[in-house]
Design a protein around this ligand. Structure first.
Ligand code: URP
Ligand code: ZN
Ligand code: ZN
Length: 478
């Protein structure tokens, strides 16, 4: 199949020009002005942005958590992602305590194979790493294409790992070109605070937030970075939510330490006040870290502008309000943690960032696609528009407006965190490896179009090749 995209405004992390793209099979074959190759299909992109497909480096499809399972599986979750202009997800496989890491990977392959609308990769959540399992970690990196792991400093007794385990995993990551993603919150102290709250009869959803102070997140970030430094490895902080935590990343980057971090739309557009909603509706926003006081949002945008935050992912982990969130009706500890978001990331960030005048259109592409591709070993196969790259392309209408609602979204969940939000900037047509999967807003693909992508290793310690710019500390402070 040969496809010609004509007259679009092609935007990458560094370019912005009018031009055409010729796709031959699954990859981009040529980019230029007035291309005249014969094609099976021509797409007119006049007045549209033509951008690399979004990469959401943080999703939880079909994930057992909090006594239930996340509401989107790989079919519904990736279909929703495609509608929103995301063409690759990196989802979290989980090793349960004592389980073989390879067995955990097989389980996630079984969950996803043949179901997805778009391409996908896996991170591995490591919950248990005795010395005799270290070989499995090396095999993940060197042969299975799983070049990042997540570890938790939160959820004692369930997912939390001790500092020795984190240090051990980081040492392997540093040596073999992988990246450790940290859930950075001091969960041991948080549990003390939670126990006290429960004794005082504080059981409503807002106490989820009030028992997880920003200092607990900042302490986790600080410790993650110190452990990574000792282990000689880079570190990537997931779902960073607040200024206290951001400052720790800024300090490290100013010292030239390879510390990276993502934030998520919920921390940029929602805030603590959502927990005060009546009729248990605050439970819809119970996620970890929690939503913070509104003033943090401006600081996060500054972090995104100054490259102290490199990525916006969603942490898509949906649970229905009915029956799932309701598990915690009488006790916030039983509300499954997480919220939906995979579908609207690109529109929310474009609207809040570019339309809102906070970031440039190039930075929009960089933080939603190029940087996650570089950090997670997908670049330049994905994350840019160039000859040889996968033809993962979004024709994005920068003027069109859309009202977000659970009544129209494609995620398999009965509410939206952004119900009623009007956003400007909508993904219109989406190509995944050269195949149109969304055409003028309609899904025209099929389950199984997407395939597992083995990701490369990347040397974020050396500052060579594509990782070089990822290490740049914020210009303003040099
Ligand atoms: O509340 C959240 N974030 N749920 C998903 C699991 C995690 O910690 O990322
Ligand atoms: Zn987490
Ligand atoms: Zn997560």
């Amino acid at each position: 199949m040969k496809t010609l995209i004509k007259n679009g405004r092609i935007v990458t992390a560094v370019d912005d020009y009018l031009g055409d793209i010729f796709i031959d099979g699954e990859t981009i074959s040529a980019v230029g002005k007035n291309l005249t190759m014969a094609a099976d299909k021509t797409i007119d992109a006049k007045d549209k942005l033509v951008i690399p497909g979004g990469i959401d480096a943080h999703t939880h499809m079909d994930m057992p958590f909090g006594g239930t399972v996340s509401a989107d599986d790989f079919r519904t979750g990736t279909l929703a992602a495609a509608h929103g202009g995301t063409t690759t997800i990196v989802d979290f496989a989980i090793q349960t305590k004592g389980q073989s890491i390879m067995e955990a990977l097989d389980t996630w392959h079984e969950k996803a194979a043949g179901k997805t609308a778009i391409d996908y990769g896996f991170h591995m959540i490591v919950t248990d790493l005795p010395h005799d399992r270290v070989g499995e970690l090396k095999r993940l990196i060197n042969t299975e294409g799983v070049t990042s792991f997540k570890m938790f400093m939160a959820y004692p007794g369930v997912l939390l790992v001790d500092d020795a385990t984190i240090y051990r995993a980081m040492s392997v990551a540093g040596e073999h070109g992988a990246l450790v993603c940290m859930h950075a919150e001091n969960g041991v102290v948080i549990n003390e605070i939670i126990d006290r709250a429960i004794k005082e009869g504080k059981t409503g959803p807002k106490f989820h937030a009030l028992t997880r102070p920003t200092k607990a997140e900042a302490e986790g970030v600080n410790r993650s970075i110190a452990l990574a430094e000792m282990a000689g490895s880079p570190v990537y902080i997931v779902h960073l939510s607040c200024y206290d935590a951001l400052r720790k990343v800024q300090e490290a980057r100013d010292l030239g330490i390879p510390a990276f971090a993502e934030t998520c739309p919920q921390y940029l557009f929602l805030d603590y006040s959502y927990y005060e909603k009546e009729n248990f509706e605050g439970a819809k926003y119970v996620m970890t870290p929690p939503l913070r006081e509104k003033w943090n949002q401006d600081e996060l945008w500054t972090g995104l502008r100054m490259n102290d935050l490199q990525v916006i992912s969603t942490d898509h982990c949906p649970f229905c309000f009915k029956e799932q969130k309701e598990l915690g009706k009488d006790d916030f500890r039983k509300i499954p943690n997480g919220g939906p978001g995979v579908e609207h990331r690109m529109s929310l960030v474009y609207n809040g960032g570019v339309v809102g005048g906070r970031i440039s259109v190039n930075r929009f592409v960089e933080i939603t696609s190029t940087n996650p591709a570089k950090l997670f070993g997908l670049f330049p196969k994905k994350g840019t528009i160039a000859p040889g790259s996968d033809a993962d392309i979004v024709i994005f209408d920068p003027s069109k407006k859309q009202k977000i609602s659970a009544s129209t979204h494609h995620m398999n969940v009965d509410y939206s965190c952004y119900e009623g939000f009007e956003v400007q900037g909508v993904s219109e047509t989406v190509l995944s490896r050269g195949k149109v999967v969304i055409e003028n807003g309609k899904y025209v693909g099929k389950a199984g179009d997407g395939k597992f992508i083995k990701r490369s290793t990347i040397d974020l310690n050396s500052g060579r090749s594509s990782s070089e710019q990822m290490r740049e500390p914020a210009l303003a402070r040099r």
